[in-house]
Design a protein around this ligand. Sequence first.
Ligand code: FMN
Length: 190
Amino acid sequence: MIIEGIVTSLDATGRLNVAPMGPIVHGDFQRLTLRPFQPSTTFNNLMATRCGVFHVTDDVLLIARIISGTLTESVATEPAVTVPGQTLQDCCRVFEFTIQSVDDSEPRSRMEATVVHRLDRRPFSGFNRARHAVLEAAILATRLHLLPAQQVRLHLELLEPAIQKTAGERELQAWQLLLDYIHARQEPSV
Ligand SMILES: Cc1cc2nc3c(=O)[nH]c(=O)nc-3n(C[C@H](O)[C@H](O)[C@H](O)COP(=O)(O)O)c2cc1C
């Protein structure tokens, strides 16, 4: 099963990168198959250090801020326990991993990773349709170069009712950030 979350990784100089990623999760998070595209900072960092941290979160505003490029301050982190890395302070679950093997023969690489340490930070708050809609919009926002503008618009229209009916403040804010980001990139061709 693919679980959408956030990967933190460090470059060779120790600089932190925080990126939404959806690894394939094996068993009860014993192993992960990460599939970062080339080129991406996550791909470069994981190739260089062969370790990182995967986070399960229900904070879609953080995901929206990263994708829309509006996260200007640094996120609160603390040192990982077993790998050189940083873990998000505000998340539900933390999985530190090391990478055993890499297949980089395709643009979307495959990295087989073993979870070497796990930590529960706070309970998952529960299913919320607006959060899932934001997640879908965030994924759309990263694929604008692949999708026709009309298809993106239609998809957003289908997601909108879940936002209107079930969003809280943070989800509304996240949705708007993503709409602004998408519209700014599509205006010339619409
Ligand atoms: C929920 C979600 C899941 C994602 N999963 C992946 C993934 O598995 N692989 C990938 O390359 N990009 C994925 N992305 C897109 C990356 O987050 C995006 O390309 C980002 O710019 C990569 O950042 P980086 O260059 O800092 O690594 C995902 C985005 C979202 C919103």
